[in-house]
Design a protein around this ligand. Sequence first.
Ligand SMILES: CC(C)(COP(=O)(O)OP(=O)(O)OC[C@H]1O[C@@H](n2cnc3c(N)ncnc32)[C@H](O)[C@@H]1OP(=O)(O)O)[C@@H](O)C(=O)NCCC(=O)NCCS
Length: 241
Amino acid sequence: MPDEPVATRKLAPKPGAPNNDVVVRVRRIHRRDLNRVWEFLKLCFRDVNRDTVEYQRPRSKKRFLEVYEEEGVEQLLFEIEGHDEDAAEIVGYAECAVEITGTDNWMNERYFEKRDMRPLFVEELAVHPNYQGLGIGGFLLDQLEHLARVRGCTHLVLEVAENNKNALRFYRARSFQRLDAAIFMAKRVQVGEELLPPRKLKKSRPKKETTAASKREPKSDSAPQKTRSSKSTPPKPPAGD
Ligand SMILES: CC(C)(COP(=O)(O)OP(=O)(O)OC[C@H]1O[C@@H](n2cnc3c(N)ncnc32)[C@H](O)[C@@H]1OP(=O)(O)O)[C@@H](O)C(=O)NCCC(=O)NCCS
């Protein structure tokens, strides 16, 4: 694999804290990092997941481990520099792919094709809670944008929960714009008998009168025909859940 994501960046000092020139560096994940990174992700998303309908991180460790085996997924670790790799502390994680990965995605590739977009899909972005607000998130995004350019992609595309206010503010400040997205809706149901009472039919509508002209005119070949396949097909539910 090419080694383009190897870079370092100095952290911005926290207000009131001395600037001790802490440096963050980025590298690709190794198999031996997997358990540590999983624990890191749980910590980063603990608060976010309390308030969102969908999990904002891989929903299971099993899935996270599968991702490591998948071709084409980039998993990058951002660490505070130590004397050697083992002493380094993970402060950020970013995951992206040019192809849509996994069996549980609902993304419509044609949406992007029609708009001449070649996205780099950002699957995860996380900064250690103790290190947020120091510019690491910005470094993660700069790194992904750099990878996107190197891979010939035109956009970074990601999903964020509407009530993840911190992340939304962060993305908007970096020129991300909303695409189309599902809104989760809920309605409280009234409790009652299992079977509903009888219901009267609606009054039948008066039938349209067919004119002599419309009877005579043959149907044009190009007119849309209502067939079974013209109905929209509901999306398949995610497999394996
Ligand atoms: C969203 C997230 C990646 C941002 O990372 P970060 O390291 O805090 O990002 P930065 O420091 O580069 O920028 C954060 C911005 O908030 C400001 N900020 C100030 N204090 C802050 C604090 N205590 N916490 C977070 N942001 C703070 C920063 O100054 C900066 O402002 P700017 O946009 O004007 O530059 C991080 O908050 C995170 O991991 N959140 C939890 C996981 C998550 O929600 N991920 C996204 C899922 S889609």
